[in-house]
Design a protein around this ligand. Structure first.
Ligand code: ASP
Ligand code: MG
Length: 634
C-alpha cells in the first residue's frame, strides 16, 4: 500500500462532469489499496475571473484582500470533490490550507511554505478518508493568523510540499497535457513526450516546463527527493516522471526558504583556451567546436561574449591534460578565421591560461533569487579573488578563478553559504560527485518508487537517459545588457549584480569578455548578461546612473534577442553536443551572438526574429522530433 498525493489542475476539475471523473480516478486508486491526499486548483479559469473582478474595483488591490479573494476558488473545488467522493461511497474530507496547517511566510500573494503540519492529515488518512486539500494557499502564523497564497500556479507547489512532509511514496500532477514535451509543441509540431526527466534538467528548462509544472514544485521535489509524475487527467497514459537523486535528509522546517545553495564544488584540473577577435558571422563556433569534437576533446564551459565592433571572443575550458591538444586545434583553425586581405592583423589570436580553477555553487533555490549569485560574487570579492569567467544556469553559478586562489575561494564560499566541507581535500575535483546529476541520477530515484503503480513501467523506460539532449527551450522574453569597460578587479561583479539583486532583477546568462583593455591605467573588460525583457529598461537606467561613480562605461540594451537552450544531463563528457548545436545554427545561417554553458545546458543568444527557426533546427538536429503530433489545448 502506497501513500500518494495527487494534484488536479483547473481544467481537470473545470466542470461537474470533470470533478466526477476525478472522483472516479481517486476512488479507483484507493480501491487498489492506496491512501490518498488530493490537492486541487480552482475550477477552470476561476482564479483569472477573480483577478478580473478585483481589477474592476481597484487598479492596485490590497494584497491581503487579494489572497482572501483568490483562496476562495480552491475552496469551492475541495467541497465539491469531497461530495463527489462521498457520493461514490468513499469517505472524504475537505480542508483549506489553514485547516491542514500549511504554514507560510507572511508575504501575501507570493508566500513560500515554511512548514506543514501532518497530524490532522495523518489522522484522517488513518481513518480511511481521502483528504482533499485546497492548493495554492496557506496561513501565516506570525502574529495574527492570515490567509496567504503561494503565487499563481502554486497548487503544484502545495502538492509536492505535502508529499514531502508526509513522505508520500510519490506525487502525481494531473493536468491537461500528456506530460513534459521535448519542446514547445506550438512552435515545433513534432515535439515528443518524454518518459522521464531529472529535476535539474526540468529546472534548466524552466521557460519550457514552467507552464506545465511550477518551478517551485520542482525545487521541493529535488530537495526532498519526492518522486513526481506529470500525467493527463483524460487518459491512463503514464506521463513523464520527474526524478531526483536520493534525499539528503533535509529538515522539513523552513521548507521553501532554507539553504538555496546546497553544495560548493571546485575543480582545479582546468585550463582555458580563448580565441580572441574572431569574425561575427554564422559558422565560426560550429567550425571551431566541430574540429574539437572530431579530435574527441571534451570541453567544459564555453562562452562567447557580446561582440564589440564586428568580432567576438570565444573561450572554453578543458581539463589540464588535454590543453595542448585543444590549443593545437584552436591554433590550426585561427588562420582561416583571419581576413585574407590582412592576414597579419591581430584577428583570431589564441590565448591559453593554465593555472585556473572552477568554483561553483549549486542548489535548486537560486531561481528567482538574484541575491544568491550576487552573494557569491561579493564573497569572492571580500576574499580578494578576481573572477575571470562566469557561467550561470538555473541551478548553478560557476566562476573561473586563478588556481592559486581556489582554496581561499572555496573556504569563503563554504562559510558564506554554510556548507560543510564534506571531507574533500584541496586540489583535484571537489564534491564533483554531486554533479552526479549527470549519469543516471534518475535510476537512483526510480528504485525508491512504490512498485504498485505506473512506476514499474517507468523503470523500463529509463533507457531514454541514453540520449544526451532531453529538451530544447526558447525564451523570447529576454533582453541583453552590456556594460562596456568594467574595471577588471575583484568586487566589480559583486557591485554590479548586487545592485541588480537589490532591485530584484534576476539575471540569466552572464558573460564576461575575454578581451582586456587598459584604459587610464586600469585593465577593463566588457560584461554582458540577460534579464527579463520587462526589466531591461529600468536595469539600463539604473546601471547608467551609477556608471561614473563605479567607473564603468556605456550600458547598451538590446531587446531584440532570443535565447535558445539545449538541456540534458547526458551531455556531460560528450564532446559533440555543442558542435552539433552550433552546426545546426550555422547550416541555417543563424548568427550566434552569445554562448554560455553549464554542465547540463548550452544556451545561445540569437537575433529575435531567428529564434523560432533556431529552436526548430536544433530540435531536429538532435533527433528529438517524433512522428506523433500533439494537439495543443486552446
Ligand atoms: N488557482 C491558482 C492559479 O490559477 C493556483 C493553481 O491553479 O495552481 O494560479
Ligand atoms: Mg498549473
Amino acid at each position: 500500500m502506497a501513500l500518494i498525493v495527487q494534484k488536479y489542475g483547473g481544467t481537470s476539475v473545470g466542470s461537474v462532469e470533470r470533478i466526477q471523473a476525478v472522483a472516479q480516478r481517486v476512488y479507483k486508486t484507493v480501491k487498489a489499496g492506496n491512501s490518498l491526499v488530493v490537492v486541487v486548483s480552482a475550477m477552470g479559469k476561476t482564479t483569472d475571473g477573480l483577478v478580473k473582478l478585483a481589477n474592476e474595483i481597484s487598479s492596485n488591490p490590497n494584497r491581503r484582500e487579494m489572497d482572501m479573494l483568490l483562496s476562495t476558488g480552491e475552496q469551492v473545488t475541495i467541497a465539491l470533490l469531497s461530495m463527489a467522493l462521498q457520493e461514490l461511497g468513499q469517505p472524504a474530507i475537505s480542508m483549506t490550507g489553514a485547516q491542514v496547517g500549511i504554514v507560510t511566510e507572511a508575504e501575501h500573494s507570493r508566500a513560500r511554505i515554511l512548514h506543514i503540519e501532518t497530524t490532522r492529515l495523518t489522522r484522517h488518512i488513518n481513518a480511511g478518508k481521502v483528504v482533499v486539500v485546497a492548493g495554492f494557499q496557506g496561513t501565516s502564523n506570525a502574529g495574527e493568523m492570515e490567509i496567504t497564497t503561494l503565487g499563481r500556479g502554486g497548487s503544484d507547489t502545495s502538492a509536492v510540499a505535502i508529499a514531502a512532509a508526509l513522505q508520500a511514496n510519490f506525487c502525481e500532477i494531473y493536468t491537461d497535457v500528456p506530460g513534459i514535451l521535448t519542446t514547445d509543441p506550438r512552435l515545433v509540431a513534432e515535439a515528443q513526450l518524454m518518459d522521464a526527466i531529472t529535476c535539474d534538467e526540468m529546472l534548466e528548462l524552466a521557460s519550457l516546463g514552467a507552464k506545465v509544472l511550477h518551478p517551485r514544485a520542482v525545487e521541493i521535489a529535488r530537495n526532498y527527493g519526492v518522486p513526481l509524475v506529470v500525467r493527463s487527467s483524460w487518459t491512463d497514459a503514464p506521463g513523464t516522471w520527474v526524478t531526483s537523486a536520493k534525499p539528503q535528509g533535509r529538515s522539513l522546517i523552513n521548507l521553501e526558504i532554507a539553504r538555496p545553495v546546497d553544495a560548493v564544488e571546485f575543480d582545479t584540473d582546468q585550463a582555458k583556451v580563448a580565441l580572441l577577435r574572431v569574425p561575427d558571422k554564422p559558422g565560426v563556433a560550429a567550425r571551431l567546436f566541430g574540429e574539437i569534437c572530431r579530435q574527441k576533446i571534451d570541453v567544459d564551459l564555453i562562452i562567447q561574449s557580446v561582440h564589440e565592433g564586428n568580432s567576438n571572443d570565444i573561450a572554453f575550458t578543458v581539463t589540464a591534460p588535454i590543453l595542448k591538444r585543444a590549443e593545437a586545434v584552436a591554433a590550426a583553425i585561427a588562420p582561416a578565421l583571419r581576413s585574407p586581405s590582412n592576414p597579419k592583423s591581430d584577428e583570431a589570436e589564441v590565448m591559453v591560461e593554465h593555472n585556473i580553477a572552477k568554483v561553483s555553487i549549486a542548489g535548486a533555490g537560486m531561481i528567482g533569487r538574484p541575491g544568491v549569485a550576487a552573494k557569491m560574487f561579493a564573497t569572492l570579492a571580500e576574499a580578494g579573488v578576481n573572477i575571470q569567467m562566469i557561467s550561470t544556469s538555473e541551478v548553478k553559478v560557476s566562476c573561473v578563478v586563478d588556481a592559486t586562489e581556489c582554496d581561499r575561494a572555496v573556504n569563503a564560499l563554504r562559510s558564506a553559504f554554510e556548507i560543510e566541507a564534506g571531507g574533500q581535500g584541496a586540489g583535484g575535483r571537489g564534491e564533483a560527485g554531486e554533479a552526479g546529476e549527470a549519469e543516471g541520477a534518475g535510476e537512483d530515484k526510480l528504485i525508491l518508487l512504490s512498485p504498485s503503480l505506473p512506476s514499474t513501467d517507468a523503470i523500463n523506460r529509463v533507457s531514454l537517459y541514453s540520449s544526451a539532449v532531453r529538451g530544447v527551450a526558447l525564451d523570447l522574453n529576454q533582453a541583453r545588457l552590456a556594460i562596456r569597460q568594467l574595471p577588471d578587479r575583484p568586487g566589480m561583479a559583486a557591485k554590479l549584480f548586487g545592485l541588480l539583486a537589490q532591485h530584484n532583477i534576476s539575471v540569466d546568462m552572464i558573460i564576461q569578455s575575454q578581451r582586456c583593455r587598459v584604459i587610464d591605467g586600469v585593465p577593463r573588460r566588457d560584461i554582458a548578461f540577460t534579464v527579463s525583457r520587462i526589466d531591461g529598461e529600468s536595469a539600463k537606467e539604473m546601471l547608467t546612473q551609477v556608471a561614473a561613480e563605479l567607473g564603468w562605461g556605456e550600458v547598451v540594451l538590446d531587446s531584440a534577442i532570443a535565447k535558445v537552450s539545449i538541456v540534458g544531463a547526458g551531455m556531460v563528457g560528450q564532446p559533440g553536443v555543442a558542435a552539433k548545436m552550433f552546426g545546426a545554427l550555422a547550416e541555417h545561417q543563424i548568427n550566434i551572438q552569445m554562448i554560455a554553458t553549464s554542465e547540463i545546458k548550452i544556451s545561445c543568444v540569437v537575433a529575435q526574429e531567428q529564434g523560432v527557426k533556431a529552436l526548430q533546427v536544433i530540435h531536429a538536429a538532435f533527433g528529438l522530433a517524433g512522428s506523433e503530433k500533439f494537439v495543443v489545448p486552446a
